[in-house]
Design a protein around this ligand. Structure first.
Ligand SMILES: NC(=O)c1ccc[n+]([C@@H]2O[C@H](COP(=O)([O-])OP(=O)(O)OC[C@H]3O[C@@H](n4cnc5c(N)ncnc54)[C@H](O)[C@@H]3O)[C@@H](O)[C@H]2O)c1
Length: 363
């Protein structure tokens, strides 16, 4: 079984194909969709080289010349060094405007390869093959690409939409448990911000999801892609403010990641603690009920995610990190807070004492 989610953008709409054990079929569809595809530049996380081999084999069988470029695993590959190494490699591989960059890996590879594709010869075509849950439900949808600078994450980049996204959930089989569970935090986020039904599905299937039951995994990936695609279609470049709701739990989460030097928590784990802090704040401000907060907490825990901050970072320290968040505008902290399960609002000018109290509730 395979399903398709259309990302509807004015100039560059594209499909996300989602299936289990369908990668070769999805690549055949991509080949049909992309005219005059003769050369592929594969940019692959070194930890998924068997998947890269599978992709190369499928594309070669269509008569496409394939060059495979391995990239070391980890966030440090989202760097100027890797970017320029890949530009050089593409020159050596005689990549031209008709070449297609194929990203194979998690969010690191998607962001890096997307930016390579968006910048080489002022932009070449691009296909994403996400292999982490986070990349399937979040980073491969929406066209944000980029790299880190030594002093700041995601500081240089561009919007560059892929021509197609191929999601084969069997690629998750080799993903370590912690990485997989961390991706589930973003799915909980979609439930809280937009979709009570998805939230209830997660409650009903938490154990199956922890065990990666294929039907449940495919369902949450498809629903998450639909939800993110709808938000992106309505606010592609973060101009209307709608896309900001995707930031639920992230302002707290980014501050936690920054203050633990990006080493203690995976992104989704920090977001889970961030959602718990935002949830506490919403309850304290009487925006949503204690019952709803408890449902969020219980679900996160059942999915093996943390809801409290174990580190001894001071509340003042976290608050100052939050002020540095890229989403802060003119020093005003905008926070996304739930008003009920399935709905959030953007709130600004919240008293610092209330934010501090919410942080302290989660220790
Ligand atoms: N562009 C966006 O909209 C967006 C959104 C959210 C996050 N991001 C970015 O995504 C990145 C995080 O993504 P991530 O969590 O996927 O991290 P990641 O790409 O680093 O992958 C996590 C780990 O899993 C390994 N891995 C990947 N696929 C595997 C597989 N199938 N089997 C075994 N190991 C596998 C990787 O080598 C890595 O060690 C961050 O850089 C973040 O900034 C971007």
């Amino acid at each position: 079984m395979q399903s398709t989610v259309e990302v509807k953008l004015s100039e560059r709409s594209y499909p996300i194909w989602i299936g289990t054990g369908m990668l070769a079929e999805q690549l055949a569809l991509a080949y049909e969709r992309i005219p005059n595809w003769k050369h592929a530049v594969l940019i692959a996380d070194q930890s998924v080289s068997p998947i890269a081999d599978q992709v190369a084999e499928a594309l070669t069988s269509k008569g496409i010349r394939c060059d495979v470029n391995g990239v070391p695993s980890g966030e440090s590959s989202k760097s100027v060094d890797q970017l320029s190494r890949l530009w050089d490699a593409m020159l050596d591989q005689r990549a031209d405007r008709k070449s297609v960059v194929v990203a194979i890996g998690g969010g690191v590879i998607g962001d890096l390869a997307g930016f390579v594709a968006g910048s080489y010869m002022r932009g070449v075509r691009f296909v994403q093959i996400p292999t982490t849950l986070l990349a399937m439900v979040d980073s491969s949808v929406g066209g944000k690409t980029g790299i880190n600078l030594p002093k700041s994450k995601n500081m240089v980049g561009a919007f560059w939409q892929p021509h197609a996204v191929c999601i084969d959930t069997t690629t998750l089989q080799s993903l370590p448990d912690r990485e997989y569970l961390s991706g589930l935090a973003e799915v909980v986020k979609y439930g809280v911000i937009l979709d009570l039904e998805l939230f209830e599905y997660l409650e009903a299937h938490a154990e199956s999801l922890v065990q990666r039951a294929p039907t449940a995994v495919e369902y949450i990936v498809r629903r998450s892609c639909e939800l993110k695609a709808a938000v992106v279609a309505a606010d592609e470049r973060e101009t209307t403010g709608l896309r900001a709701i995707l930031n639920y739990g992230h302002t707290f989460g980014h501050a936690i990641e920054a203050r633990t030097s990006y080493g203690r928590y995976l992104h989704g784990e920090a977001v889970a603690i961030g959602m718990s802090m935002a949830g506490e704040l919403a309850k304290d401000l009487s925006l949503w009920s204690n019952k709803e907060l408890i449902r969020q907490t219980v679900l996160l825990k059942r999915l093996g995610l943390p809801v409290t901050l174990k580190e001894s970072i001071s509340t003042e320290d976290l608050l100052s990190a939050m002020q540095l968040d890229k989403k802060t505008e003119n020093g005003v902290l905008n926070l996304i807070l739930p008003t009920c399960l399935g709905h959030v609002e953007v709130r600004s000018n919240i008293a610092q004492s209330a934010v501090s109290a919410a942080i302290d509730h989660c220790r």
